[in-house]
Design a protein around this ligand. Structure first.
Ligand code: DON
Length: 309
């Protein structure tokens, strides 16, 4: 019954979002992302029984960008556990995703693992002396394992585009390196970071990959434990407080779920015990988060009663 209701709600939302004229602005600072179609909209919800409810462009791959930071955080915690928190904080930044200002006063330790500086430090932990190619292979294998889909790949065009123009990220990385908070050659760490941001996935694949976060650390689709229940709770807590940068308060207020956005227009959200959700619409709001993605998630949680509050 509730599965039927979810089906109807997801379809309604996809239709409503396709028809809207306010679509936000597609990211242009990474030239390749400027080519995204602002008319695109996709949604995929995988419920507790593993059933997928999809609408719109749910099977079209897009650049996941900062959504990848949820998965690199999970990998880095798996490698070094709570020692990770010596390299990066757990507090909301209240600043833009690519801001440098706090690093100067805070000894080169980024506020959280989701702002660019924090995600670059996390990538450095995953790299830890290995070749960039090996670290990237590990991240890609992890995504394929979580989504149970070997077709997931990196969009080399997007990675190259950011590599040629990512001067702010280069500044963040060099600045952290000056404080001793980057251990690998800057170009190695940045190379891996740009490439994991350039992973292309569809809403359906992303929602599948995040099932472990909605179900106490275990992916019920594959039956495999990914992390402990405690760690899944903590990753969700960070998504709720930091997942949308300086728009995190607004997202929690309107949607009421842990969520992580990317400048490709994707948002991953987690309704604990109920569903994993991915939406995609390339137009962004002023904080760099998907404009219609957030509106769609707000409609979904309201109609399904899924806010955690
Ligand atoms: O480093 C960057 O700027 C991009 N590769 C990722 C930023 C991002 O997705 C911010 N999210 N809304």
């Amino acid at each position: 019954m509730s599965s039927q209701k979810l089906d109807v709600v997801v379809r309604e939302i996809a239709e409503e979002m396709k028809a809207r004229e306010d679509r936000g602005e597609v990211a242009r600072y990474i030239p390749q992302l400027a080519r995204a179609d602002p008319e695109a909209f996709g949604i995929a919800v995988i419920d507790a029984d593993g059933e997928a409810h999809v609408g719109g462009d749910a099977d079209v791959p897009f650049s996941i960008q900062s959504v990848s930071k949820v998965f690199t955080l999970t990998l880095a915690l798996g490698k070094v556990g709570d020692r990770l928190w010596r390299r990066v904080g757990k507090e909301p930044s209240g600043t833009a995703f690519n801001s440098i200002v706090q690093l100067e006063h805070e000894s080169g330790i980024p506020r959280n693992p989701f702002i660019n500086a924090g995600a670059i430090a996390v990538t450095d932990v995953i790299l830890s002396g290995h070749q960039p190619r090996e670290a990237l292979g590990e991240i890609l294998r992890f995504m394929r394992f979580l989504a149970d889909d070997l077709t997931i790949a990196i969009d080399e065009g997007v990675a190259g585009s950011e590599q040629r123009t990512g001067f702010r990220n280069a500044a963040l990385a060099n600045y952290m390196r000056a404080f001793g908070n980057l251990e690998n050659p800057v170009e190695y760490t940045l190379g891996v970071y740009f490439h994991h941001c350039a992973i292309a996935m569809s809403c359906r694949q992303l929602a599948m990959a995040a099932r472990f976060l909605a179900h106490g650390g275990r992916n019920p689709s594959t039956g495999l434990n990914v992390v402990t229940a405690e760690r899944a709770r903590r990753i969700n807590a960070l998504m709720l407080t930091c997942g949308h940068y300086d728009g995190s308060g607004e997202f929690a207020y309107r949607v009421g779920l842990p969520g992580k956005s990317g400048v490709g227009g994707g948002i991953l959200a987690v309704a604990p015990g109920k569903a994993s959700i991915a939406v995609w619409s390339p137009g962004l709001d002023a904080s760099g988060n998907s404009h219609l993605g957030r509106i769609a998630l707000e409609a979904l949680t309201r109609r399904m009663g899924w806010s955690i509050f």
